[in-house]
Design a protein around this ligand. Structure first.
Ligand code: HEM
Length: 526
């Protein structure tokens, strides 16, 4: 009974506060339950942060585990933001064939904004909103850098960079010491990329600065990938930005951006490139590089790109083109060294096809089905990227309705481990692809079961180059050398670390031993 401000012996005010709190909680659960009835299955979200903690340190693995419980189309609430996670080939196919265009944009992330000089109007291709600016850049990339014609024209460049790497490895092998494969794979892909983009190589160039330049570049690309892979709570709950500040992310990210921007400006030296182009552009024998093309192309309002955007794009090509391909090749060597019988099979195949003491060339690759199966199996187990998409308009997928601004993660890590598609999905078994030649990540008619480069409008534009470089590096490493673990080591540490891409936490050190005598000439530096 209420008596003198008391209800059943409690202060009336306390009772009222408790009643309001209970009502809020009941209303929250009721509203959430109503909303979830209209959404695909997924874990119950916490108030405020939703399912943010489900991402964890290794989102590709954590989301794969959750998909085992909730299925191929899973619904998460990240803060207040709806997010779909696609984890099977069937759902991926439905997604790409019905709503790809609606989901062709990217969300905003705090780290991406810092990298873009604190501007949410992202100017680099991988993060830009899907609109006229993005489409123009993408067309330029497709025609001026990655078209089949351009790809063929850079075959000599690729062969020279492979030759440089093999020459150094042959020299190193004479000492009998382990070599850091990560460094050489990174240097080779990096040189190839910078030669395509600005006509210069930076890694391992002789002279006092050669080694340092290479190390600086490697540090830059991996720290930028670490920055771009960082997800913070205020990406999904903006009013928690004080936590992001307290965690010191802003100053850490800005520092990485400033160091990488300075390095890029020094490496790519726009002024001297511009002067050189002015001198050369009327010479019919001069072939403009990608930097020339970018400098000359009118963008919004007919004006050329500001230097700041131009440098960011060049840096992006270097980052995207280097980290992914070198990580992929390193994973492949790490998998193979644990299964020496697979190395032997690849060598036997190459001995019978190549049969002479020379490097493996691009035209050989088509005749090496086992090597290609090894590559596919490696792409299956180690797809490097999980880049989010975001919808620009309300959409419907598999009968569910989603508002504009819904995120999508196409988790190829989970798709590639679907036990209903792949037997023993965790084991490294290239033979599975010899038995399924129709599964081909390089073909547009592939059944979405192997998609390391994504699909659809935002699919990786560098897929042809990446596939060729990984094939060439792997084939040559395996053909020219036998490999062993450093003395005293019996196992390979396969621990992953994640930035924007999944890489090996510990660099792979292996001891090369030449399989035959091969002397390689120095390749002229340019
Ligand atoms: C093994 C090597 C590589 C793999 C596995 C890979 C994979 C991917 C994936 C999965 C995406 C995201 C697709 C999506 O959002 O749906 C992507 C995007 C991208 N990749 Fe690659 N990539 C590789 C190499 C390269 C190379 C050599 C380049 C050359 C510069 C490159 C440039 C890009 C760019 C610019 C994007 C952003 C595309 C966009 O947003 O429109 N990648 N890549």
């Amino acid at each position: 009974m209420a008596e003198g401000g008391l209800l059943f012996g409690f202060e009336l005010a306390d009772v009222l506060v408790a009643a309001v709190l209970i009502s809020v909680v009941v209303l929250y659960f009721h509203a959430e339950a109503l909303q979830r009835r209209r959404c695909p299955p997924g874990p119950w979200p916490w108030p405020v942060v939703g399912n943010f903690s489900a991402l964890g340190d290794l989102p590709h693995r954590n989301l794969h585990k959750l998909a085992g419980k909730y299925g191929g189309l899973m619904y998460l609430r990240l803060g207040a933001k709806p997010c779909l996670v696609i984890s099977t080939a069937a759902v991926a196919k439905e997604f790409y064939t019905t709503v790809d265009a609606s989901f062709a944009s990217r969300p905003k992330r705090f780290s991406w904004t810092v990298w873009n000089n604190n501007d949410e109007n992202y100017r680099n291709i991988g993060l830009a909103e899907y609109g006229p600016y993005y489409r123009k850049l993408r067309r330029l990339l497709n025609t001026e850098l990655f078209s089949p014609r351009r790809h063929a024209s850079y075959e000599v460049t690729r062969a020279q960079e492979i030759q440089c790497m093999m020459k150094v490895l042959l020299e190193e092998s004479e000492k009998g010491n382990p070599v850091n494969l990560q460094t050489w794979l990174h240097g080779t892909t990096s040189n190839n990329m910078t030669r395509m983009v600005v006509g210069k190589r930076f890694y391992g160039v002789s002279g006092d600065d050669g080694e340092k330049q290479g190390q600086d570049l490697q540090k830059m690309t991996s720290s930028v990938f670490e920055l771009l892979g960082s997800v913070v709570i205020s990406d999904f709950v903006p009013y928690l930005s004080f936590i992001t500040k307290l965690q010191g992310h802003a100053s850490k990210f800005s520092k990485i951006r400033d160091v990488s921007d300075k390095l890029t400006a020094d490496f790519f030296d726009l002024d001297s490139h511009r002067n050189n182009y002015k001198k050369m552009k009327n010479d019919p024998s001069y072939v403009p590089d990608f930097e020339d093309v970018l400098m000359e192309t009118p963008f919004e309002n007919g004006t050329n790109l500001p230097d700041q955007d131009l440098l960011k794009l060049l840096q992006e090509m270097l980052n995207a083109g280097t980290e992914t391909s070198s990580n992929t090749s390193e994973w492949a060597m790490a998998e193979l060294i644990r299964r020496p019988e697979l190395i032997e099979r690849a060598q036997t195949e190459m001995d019978s096809v190549i049969g002479s003491k020379r490097l493996v060339e691009e035209s050989d690759i088509q005749q090496l089905p086992f090597l290609q199966a090894v590559m596919k199996e490696n792409f299956r187990l180690h797809p490097p990227l999980l880049l989010p998409h975001e919808s620009r308009e309300p959409t419907e997928l598999l009968g569910y309705h989603f508002p504009a601004g819904t995120e999508v993660l196409v988790n190829s890590f989970a798709i590639h481990r679907d036990p209903s598609v792949y037997d023993n999905p965790d084991s490294f078994d290239p033979d599975r692809f010899l038995a399924r030649p129709h599964v081909d990540h390089m073909s547009t008619s592939d059944p979405y079961e192997l998609m390391p480069f994504g699909k659809g409008l935002r699919m990786c534009p560098g897929y042809r180059l990446a596939n060729t470089m990984v094939a060439l590096m792997l084939a040559n490493l395996l053909y020219v050398f036998d490999w062993s673990l450093p003395e005293g080591q019996t196992e390979v540490d396969m621990t992953e670390t994640i930035g924007l891409s999944v890489s090996k936490k510990q660099p792979l050190f292996l001891v090369p031993k030449p399989r035959f005598e091969l002397s390689l000439e120095s390749v002229a530096e340019n």
